[in-house]
Ligand binder design. Structure first.
Ligand SMILES: Nc1ncnc2c1ncn2[C@@H]1O[C@H](COP(=O)(O)OP(=O)(O)OP(=O)(O)O)[C@@H](O)[C@H]1O
Length: 431
């Protein structure tokens, strides 16, 4: 069983917008259509909703790609903390997959964003174990973890979220998530990604990878150029793709990413196999900026021409070694190399894996361009913060045994989130 403990950090140092970590060269160019609604104006509560087609001002200017070096390759510098200078994607105004149109995006009149933090608040008040702050990460133990970064011109790590200006909306969501300081993988990954660099990162599960790749993606989408998405019947054109091996992990990433993207106007959609496709198609038709997907289901969507990858700017592969173990290499190669995704170098790619066997090394050299190699902790190990124990119990005793373990843990003073996977005679998970 894997367990982890709530983080013990208590001194909140509220993250605030401060100095910029990137300095992308930007060129102003105004979007040509008046229906564009910048991400920071989408999704406002009804009382403060502006007119659907705000006039273009300098604060809603588009930023065109000027390429690395010197910041994110999509050219967007970080937004100012006041919200001024926000740019964003209003793409898809004609075809599916965009905002503010009949089939795609959030029609701000009828489709308001559900607050992804609503249940968190219930959980916090209902369960004293969650009173401290998020999360399953024990920062004290993480403080001294060895991190190595190799490659050309590696951007220096940051020690706090305040050192990176991710923009007011994202900072607010970091506060809502109760993240006080970045984990080691976040400290290194976020500046590397904001600088527009490709990344191969070896980091264990539970190290905070999700935020590490989501923050730069969301920030990049908010600050990058306006996406001129093609008009296409029912095809949607996401700007970022996050591939993950399983339905469970995809759902988990989607839930986290929705929190990080809350009220930024960046829309996150998930698609995974083993579930009916129709609901997922409907979600896609309402607009998608970031698509979280399992490889098999994504190939299906691509073959049906319901998703096009031609506008992809960010590609993240999470738990790449596990995807290969599960036999997904052909699908992954098809998605990345044989469909319409921009070539490496024209997109930004982040590859995460707990281990670094030869197959992953091959993927890295095929998918990444002039990348930075990051190792967090001992490659291939599980994190020292996770206790692994195998217990053999009778099928009929599963539930009571689990309850005993949980009570014993609580009696020992260990409060925190516990995820238990019970598997007996095949796949019969209890939780
Ligand atoms: N900086 C942070 N401060 C506090 N909590 C954090 C921070 N970053 C992540 N967390 C929390 O730590 C937990 C583990 O993070 P996360 O799921 O991102 O790890 P992961 O490495 O992606 O794991 P997995 O491989 O299972 O996806 C989550 O509950 C997440 O909300």
């Amino acid at each position: 069983m894997r367990t982890s403990w709530a983080d013990s950090v208590t001194n909140a140092e509220g993250p605030e917008a401060a100095g910029s970590a990137t300095s992308g060269t930007t060129t102003n160019s105004r979007p040509t259509r008046s229906s564009y609604v910048p991400p920071h104006l989408r999704n406002r509560p009804p009382s403060s909703d502006p007119a659907p087609a705000p006039p273009q001002t300098d604060s809603t200017r588009a930023v065109t790609y000027s390429g690395p070096p010197g910041g994110n390759r999509w050219g967007g510098g970080p937004p100012s903390s006041t919200g001024g200078g926000h740019t964003g994607f209003g793409g898809g105004r004609g075809g599916g997959g965009g905002w503010n149109n009949r089939t795609g995006g959030w029609d701000r009149g009828r489709d308001r964003e559900v607050n992804p933090f609503a249940n968190d608040n219930d959980a916090i008040t209902a369960d004293p174990a969650f009173e401290q702050e998020n999360t399953g990460i024990n920062f004290d133990a993480y403080e001294n973890i060895q991190v190595d970064a190799t490659g050309d011109n590696v951007p220096p790590p940051v020690n706090s979220f305040a050192e990176i200006d991710l923009g007011e909306a994202l900072n607010e969501n970091i506060r809502r998530c109760k993240y006080v300081k970045p984990t080691p993988v976040q400290r290194h990954t976020i500046p590397i990604s904001l600088a527009g660099r490709d990344l191969m990162a070896c980091a264990q599960t539970g190290s905070g990878k999700t935020a590490a790749f989501c923050f730069p993606i969301i920030s990049g989408i908010m600050n990058g150029p306006v996406a001129q998405r093609p008009r296409g019947a029912r095809t949607v054109y996401p700007l970022a793709l996050i591939l993950s091996p399983t339905r469970e992990l995809s759902v988990q990433i989607h839930e986290e990413a929705r929190k990080f993207a809350y009220q930024t106007g960046v829309r996150v959609v998930v698609a995974y196999g083993g579930a009916p496709i129709n609901q997922q198609l409907r979600e896609l038709e309402r607009g998608v900026d970031i698509l979280v997907a399992t490889p098999g289901r994504l190939v299906d969507l691509l073959e049906r021409a319901r998703v096009s990858l031609q506008m992809i700017r960010y590609l993240a592969l999470d738990e790449a070694d596990r995807m290969l173990d599960m036999g997904f290499e052909p699908q992954i190669r098809k998605i990345v190399e044989q469909m319409d995704m921009p070539q490496r170098g024209l997109r930004q790619t982040m590859l995460f894996s707990a281990t670094f066997p030869r197959e992953i090394q091959r993927l890295a050299s095929d998918f990444l361009s002039n990348y930075i190699f990051l190792t967090v902790g001992r490659v291939g190990s599980s994190t020292d913060l996770i206790v692994q124990r195998v217990e053999f119990v009778l099928e009929s005793d599963k539930r009571s045994h689990l309850m005993d373990l949980l009570h014993a843990q609580r009696a020992n003073g260990a409060h925190g989130k516990v995820v238990s996977f019970f598997v007996i005679n095949g796949l019969h998970p209890l939780i």
